[in-house]
Each structure stands twice: as structure tokens, then as C-alpha cells.
Design a protein around this ligand. Structure first.
Ligand code: FAD
Ligand code: NAD
Length: 474
């Protein structure tokens, strides 16, 4: 039996980053993973690299270029004719990017001397992991021992009996990344992050997309002003988003899929060529042997951990999507680093209140910290500064001037409490806000920081000035 200082189960962004950091800190480290790549062979990287963040962004970027060439290039005086989509090539490009990155992790494992154990990991108490290799050429199962175990088994699409995924007519996010042709009529259940991102991809490529969302509010967790503006822009792009529409059943025949839903007290039905089910993700503990090992779980099936990701079992930590908190790759990765460093005796911590969110629609939506509604509910008095991209020279030059930056700060101390961006490259702009908030910065700090001209980041500067009623360009 091989003995390791640390065995990590799962090689998504939580697990692979944690394994590399453990090895950097001098621990002998192995990472057990049962993930398969786009070629159906073992691949590192988990959901994020294989079927999540990276492939979805590759298709978002490709479809964005197509939409630009088809609809906006002429505004720039660029007339293009004969524009044609080659879906096969687009999907292959996405696959090549995924493989480059997943193979890159294998290279990083080699460089850092992390052993990649291919197969399913099952806990045997708190110091042993059984590895069961999968596939035709898989060997016998075996056991490794560990002084520390880090569980990073991630999440899987939530399943509901009203929409059984067959990856043909009814697909989850993984199936929606490999359509062979553009569906004429595409239905989506759930106007959450996945529904809006993948709905945008196929809408830009020509699908008539209808999104059915059970809640009455569009993007309920997002700041109301930002959500309202985004809803209008997405409708203008052709997305038919029906709020208060709770899907209750589906039926498939050889030609189409019928979706039944309730809206405003009436029962309705729509038919589509394809249906994407995007109704959330569930923590993944399948095959982990969590209950047999005595691991304490939360009601939703996630593994119970404290602020440092320690479980109830001594020497066992859990990180990423399989524990509480936002299901985001960067949150998983930072938890992985924190656990590795704490095992090495360092005092690392992470602040879950400052995890940035991004929704990669166009314009993008990004935020960190509290929304206006959350501050109101908590009885905090605050000031808001808003600056529209319509007044940004850089945004106008780019032809991308929809949206705004909004900075919320404490009315007494001016400390920044929340920053919300709807606009071009919001995903990049929010980083400045996270940094400011990590240092307990004020909106005055952002207002006194020199921002290059002409840049989109000047909108952040102006929103900080607006927070004190002294914006210069509105
Ligand atoms: P995962 O990435 O889920 O990795 C878990 C790994 O563990 C997998 O390889 C799995 O096969 C393996 N595993 C599970 N059980 C076992 C076992 N018993 N033994 C061995 N191996 C096991 N997040 C963002 O931050 N930005 C984005 O843009 C973004 N886009 C997304 C787009 C889509 C379509 C989806 C579905 C998700 C997206 N996410 C995004 C979410 C992101 O993918 C997850 O938050 C992230 O992958 C979680 O990382 P993780 O390490 O916790 O788990
Ligand atoms: P989500 O929680 O964001 O959205 C699911 C939506 O489905 C909700 O709005 C919910 O009200 C709706 N819904 C549920 N049941 C319904 C029904 N019967 N009828 C109609 N609507 C219904 O979940 P998701 O979009 O599946 O994404 C899962 C998670 O994956 C995200 O929360 C996020 O953590 C992660 N993710 C992140 C990114 C990113 O960071 N850009 C991208 C994709 C996924």
C-alpha cells in the first residue's frame, strides 16, 4: 500500500489546485479522479475544464464573434457577406482548448510530483482511500493511506423527474455544449447562470430561445437595477424570458419535446426541438462512501465543514462545490489553497463574503459584496454611485455602451460594501472592486486612484466619484 501525506479526491479546480499547493509545500501528494475528457479518456480538471467554465466560454466567445460579424460589423463600416457557421469546427475548437488545458494539468502534476490516481476514490475511515479504476483497461482496485484527506468531488446537474435528461431532446449543460446543429426552437428551464449563458450561445447562432423561469423576479440574487437593465438588453437580443413560469412536465416524441408549465394560474404548453434543463447543481458524493465513513452532511447533501473546510472527521477536509457556499471555480480553488497551507501550519483564510460572481451574458454581469436590497434588509445606511457606460469614451469607441457601474458604500464610513457591473468586460472590471474591498477600501480610495484613459475602468472611477456626487462626465 502506498502511503501519502495528502490524498485529494477529485481533480476539479478545487482538487487539482489543492494537490499542487500541497506538493509545493513539501507533502507527498496523490490526487484520485474519475473524470473523463472530451475523448472519453481519463482527464484532469473536473467540471470546470471539461464540461463547465472553459468549454462554455469557448462557445460564448465563438458565438459572440459570429453575432458581431453578422449584426454589428456593418456599424463599424465593415461589410461582410457570406458569413457561414461551421458548428462542427466550432465544437472541435472548443474541444482542443479543453484538451490543451486538461493535459496542461497533467504536466503540472508531473512537474510538482503529484501522483494522478485514475479511478473512483472511496473513503475507508479517515486515513485510507480505496481507488477503483474504471474502463476496459482498468486494473484492480487498491488502497492508499494518507495522513490527510481532502475531498473535492464537486457537483452534478440537479435532476428532476419532470424533465428526464436523455442528452438528445432533453439535455443538461453538458449536452448543450455538443449540439451538432443549431436547434430551430430551443427551450431552457431556468433563467439562472447556466440558462442565460447557454441560452445566449445558441440564440446568437440563430435558435429561437425561450427560457422558462419559476421565480417572478429575474436573476433574484442580482442587484435589482442591474437585473432589470440586463433583462431588457437580453430581450432586445431576442431571448424570450418568461418569468413566473414553473415547469411541471415534459414529453418527448421523435420530432420534438413538449414542455408543460404553469404561469399566472394557467396551464400552458410549448414545443421545442431541444430542451436544456438548467435548474441548479447538486453536491456530488456518489461512490465516496461518505455516510459509511461517518462524514456529517447538510440537509442538501453537501459535506458539513467549518470556516476552514474541516469536516467532523479528524484529518479530513472538504472543499469546493461539495461544501457550502457559491458553486464557483475560484471559490473552490482558494479553499484548496487555504486547506493545503493550513495543513502546513500557516494561518491562511478566505473571505466568502468577497467571492466575485460573473454571468457571461453580453453585456456581462459581475458583482462582489452586498446588493442594495441586502443592505436595506440589514438596516445599513448607504450611498450609491452609478455611472453609465453610455458616458464612457472607451465604451462608445468600442460600440459597447450598454450598462453601468454601481458602487455602494457605507453612509458613515464610506467603506465599499458592494460593487455591481453590467457592461462590456464586467468580468475583468470587478477585480478592482474585489481588491478595494479586500483592503477595506472606501469609494474615496477608488476615486483618488488614477485610472488610465480611455478605458472601461474609468467607469469604476466615475461611479466612485458619483458616490460623492462629484462625477465629472454625467
Ligand atoms: P468539479 O470541478 O466538479 O470536480 C470534481 C471532480 O471530482 C470531477 O473530476 C469528478 O469526476 C471527480 N470525482 C467526483 N467524485 C469522485 C470520486 N468519488 N472519486 C474520484 N473522483 C471523483 N464557475 C465559475 O467560477 N466560472 C464559470 O464561468 C463557470 N461556468 C460554468 C459553466 C457550466 C456549464 C457549469 C456546469 C459550471 C460552471 N461553473 C463556473 C462552476 C464550476 O465548474 C464549479 O464551481 C467548479 O468546477 C467546482 O470545482 P470542484 O473542484 O469543487 O469540483
Ligand atoms: P441557478 O441556481 O443559477 O439557476 C436555476 C434556475 O432554475 C433558478 O432561477 C430557479 O428558480 C429555476 N428553476 C428551478 N426549478 C424550475 C422549474 N420547475 N421551472 C422553471 N424554473 C425553475 O442554477 P444553474 O443555472 O443550473 O447553475 C448552477 C450553478 O453552476 C450556478 O449557481 C453557479 O454556481 C454555477 N455556474 C457558474 C457560472 C459562472 O460563474 N459564470 C456559469 C455556469 C454555472
Amino acid at each position: 500500500m502506498n502511503n501519502y501525506d495528502v490524498v485529494v479526491i477529485g481533480a476539479g479546480p478545487g482538487g487539482y489546485i489543492s494537490a499542487i499547493r500541497c506538493a509545493q509545500l513539501g507533502f507527498s501528494t496523490a490526487c484520485v479522479d474519475n473524470g473523463m475528457g472530451v475523448d472519453n479518456k481519463p482527464a484532469l480538471g473536473g467540471t470546470c475544464l471539461n464540461t463547465g467554465c472553459i468549454p462554455s466560454k469557448a462557445l460564448l466567445d465563438s458565438s459572440h464573434h459570429y453575432a458581431f460579424i453578422s449584426k454589428q460589423a456593418a456599424d463599424h463600416g465593415i461589410n461582410v457577406s457570406g458569413v457561414k457557421l461551421d458548428i462542427h469546427k466550432m465544437i472541435n475548437r472548443k474541444n482542443r482548448i479543453v484538451q490543451k488545458l486538461t493535459r496542461g494539468i497533467a504536466g503540472l502534476f508531473k512537474k510538482n510530483k503529484v501522483d494522478w490516481l485514475q479511478g473512483q476514490g472511496t473513503l475507508l475511515g479517515n486515513d485510507k482511500v480505496k481507488v477503483t479504476p474504471a474502463g476496459e483497461e482498468a486494473g484492480e482496485e487498491y488502497t492508499v493511506s494518507a495522513r490527510h484527506i481532502i475531498i473535492a468531488t464537486g457537483s452534478i446537474p440537479a435532476r428532476f423527474s419532470f424533465a428526464a435528461v436523455d442528452q438528445n431532446r432533453i439535455v443538461d449543460s453538458t449536452g448543450a455544449l455538443v449540439f451538432k446543429e443549431v436547434p430551430k426552437r430551443l427551450g431552457v428551464i431556468g433563467a439562472g447562470v447556466i440558462g442565460l449563458e447557454l441560452g445566449s450561445v445558441w440564440s446568437r447562432m440563430g435558435s429561437k430561445v425561450t427560457i422558462l423561469e419559476a421565480l417572478d423576479d429575474f436573476l433574484a440574487p442580482v442587484d435589482r437595477q442591474i437585473a432589470a437593465a440586463s433583462e431588457k438588453l437580453l430581450a432586445r437580443q431576442g431571448l424570450d424570458i418568461r418569468l413566473g413560469a414553473r415547469v411541471t412536465g415534459t414529453g418527448v416524441n421523435s420530432r420534438e419535446v413538449g414542455v408543460s408549465f404553469e404561469q399566472g394560474g394557467s396551464k400552458q404548453q410549448l414545443n421545442f426541438d431541444k430542451l436544456i434543463v438548467a435548474v441548479g447543481r447538486s453536491p456530488n458524493i456518489a461512490g465516496l462512501g461518505a455516510e459509511e465513513a461517518g462524514l456529517e452532511l447538510n440537509e442538501n447533501g453537501s459535506i458539513k465543514v467549518d470556516e476552514y473546510c474541516a469536516t467532523n472527521l479528524p484529518n479530513v477536509h472538504a472543499i469546493g462545490d461539495v461544501v457550502r457556499g457559491p458553486m464557483l471555480a475560484h471559490k473552490a480553488a482558494e479553499e484548496g489553497v487555504m486547506v493545503a497551507e493550513r495543513l502546513a501550519g500557516q494561518k491562511s483564510e478566505i473571505n466568502l463574503d468577497l467571492v466575485p460572481w460573473v454571468i457571461y451574458t453580453w453585456p456581462e454581469i459581475a458583482w462582489v459584496g452586498k446588493t442594495e436590497a441586502e443592505l436595506e434588509e440589514a438596516g445599513v445606511s448607504f450611498r450609491a454611485g452609478v455611472f453609465p457606460f453610455a458616458a464612457s469614451g472607451r465604451a462608445l469607441a468600442a460600440g459597447d455602451s450598454d450598462g453601468m457601474v454601481k458602487i455602494l458604500s457605507d453612509a458613515d464610513t464610506d467603506q465599499v460594501l458592494g460593487v455591481h457591473v453590467l457592461g462590456p468586460n464586467a468580468s475583468e472590471l470587478v477585480a478592482e472592486a474585489v481588491l478595494a474591498m479586500e483592503f477595506d477600501g472606501t469609494s474615496e480610495d477608488i476615486a483618488r486612484t488614477i485610472h488610465a484613459h480611455p478605458t472601461l475602468a474609468e467607469a469604476m472611477h466615475e461611479a466612485a466619484l458619483a458616490n460623492d456626487g462629484r462625477a465629472l462626465h454625467i
